[in-house]
Design a protein around this ligand. Structure first.
Ligand SMILES: Cc1cc2nc3c(=O)[nH]c(=O)nc-3n(C[C@H](O)[C@H](O)[C@H](O)COP(=O)(O)OP(=O)(O)OC[C@H]3O[C@@H](n4cnc5c(N)ncnc54)[C@H](O)[C@@H]3O)c2cc1C
Length: 159
């Protein structure tokens, strides 16, 4: 008889754990205190507007691929890269900046505002990319520890 597991919460963590456990042959029951599944991955609609309740971007889309490969299921949706990503407007200004993924297009948007924009942006992305993967490998892929916030600030983990 399959072992039964109860998962409290139907956020991304609970849902992906349920998929992995059922793949491994466990019988899974999930409980949720909110009126719908998804946890923070939900939306709020009011007065004709829609807000993401938390996540907006798939920052680690390769994790999703690993999950569906592990479970041997078909990808339930396709990823589409947004272009432009979004528009921003600063207070006291009527100008909107269109944020493109393409650095050369983005540089055109900030032409006359930031000198050598593309060179600076490539340097910034290289630096923050290293930090992102450092944090990912040293912190995100490990179990929670009470020094989590300090570890993130230091970009370091004492395990
Ligand atoms: C403002 C914001 C922006 C974010 N932006 C991004 C982004 O752009 N990209 C990205 O990848 N990630 C983003 N994140 C992170 C992402 O939202 C979370 O990592 C992810 O949704 C967390 O999933 P989870 O399953 O761990 O927790 P949750 O989504 O919080 O799920 C926990 C579930 O457990 C339920 N629950 C709790 N206690 C009980 C109980 N006692 N009984 C029954 N049910 C219970 C809750 O109702 C909830 O449904 C963002 C988070 C925030 C807050």
């Amino acid at each position: 008889m399959a072992k039964k597991v109860v998962i409290v919460g139907t956020g991304l963590g609970g849902l992906s754990t349920a998929l992995r456990l059922t793949t491994l042959g466990f019988e899974v029951e999930m409980v949720e205190k909110f009126h719908q599944p998804g946890g923070r991955l939900n939306k709020l609609q009011h007065s004709g507007y829609t807000w993401d309740m938390a996540p907006t971007f798939f920052s680690m889309s390769y994790e999703f691929k690993e999950l569906i490969d592990f479970c041997g299921i078909d990808k339930p949706f396709e990823f589409y890269a947004l272009d432009p990503l979004y528009k921003v407007n600063f207070s006291n200004s009527k100008r909107y900046f269109t944020i493109h993924k393409d650095i050369d297009k983005l540089a055109e948007e900030f032409d006359g505002i930031e000198n050598e924009f593309a060179e600076k942006m490539y340097r910034y992305l290289e630096k923050t990319g290293k930090l992102f993967h450092d944090v990912e490998n040293r912190i995100i892929r490990r179990n929670f520890n009470p020094n989590y916030a300090l570890d993130i600030l230091r970009g370091n983990s004492r395990g």
